[in-house]
Design a protein around this ligand. Structure first.
Ligand code: SF4
Length: 185
């Protein structure tokens, strides 16, 4: 048995909380924010919409499992205009998600993870001309699945905002409780 809380700390996560997947709202209006393309990733990778599937398809994928663990990463900024610091935090959060995903793979196969926006595993994504190079490592995002992250944070009892001069990113580990309990405490 491995202590999961310690594993999360070792991977660099700040907080976690578990939500019933049936209580999560999957909203078209959040997906529409992807379509506006503020992050400039819409239609750019296999981990972003529209490649991740429609909102009903995303909901169905999540609701095949009975547990949804919300994970957060908190990163310090020099000030509220520190965009470099925000990008660094974003990158660090992806690294944490990947580290956790690889560790869980040693124990379980039936689960998936969501991270923050986009996928930066390859210099140039193969989308849409060829299949994803690393389908087991690429992760979609909560926003791409139509999930309103501040609402989700409240449901999970974790903080979406950790105070001035910090930025917080959210991801998720989606799994079946029975499976999880075999390997982790
Ligand atoms: S792993 Fe590579 S090919 Fe797959 S979504 Fe990410 S960037 Fe694209």
């Amino acid at each position: 048995m491995e202590n999961f809380e310690k594993l999360l700390k070792d991977c660099g996560f700040y907080q976690f909380g578990v939500v019933d997947p049936m209580e999560i709202k999957f909203r078209d209006e959040i997906r529409k924010m992807c379509e506006v393309n503020t992050c400039r990733m819409y239609g750019k990778t296999w981990a972003c919409p529209p490649a991740v599937g429609t909102i009903p398809e995303c909901r169905e994928k999540v609701q095949k499992y009975n547990s949804f663990m919300v994970l957060t990463g908190k990163y310090e900024l020099e000030d509220s205009f520190d965009f470099e610091g925000m990008q660094e935090g974003q990158q660090k959060f992806r690294v944490s998600c990947r580290a956790l995903k690889e560790k869980i793979q040693e124990y379980m196969s039936n689960y998936f993870m969501l991270s923050n926006e986009g996928c930066d595993l390859c210099k140039e994504c193969t989308y849409p001309n060829a299949p994803c190079r690393f389908p087991k490592r690429a992760m979609g995002s909560l926003e791409a699945y139509g999930i309103f992250v501040s609402e989700l944070a409240n449901q999970a009892g974790v903080k979406y905002n950790n105070g001035p001069n910090t930025v917080t990113y959210l991801g998720a580990f989606v799994y079946n409780k029975e499976n999880f309990e075999k390997y982790f405490e």
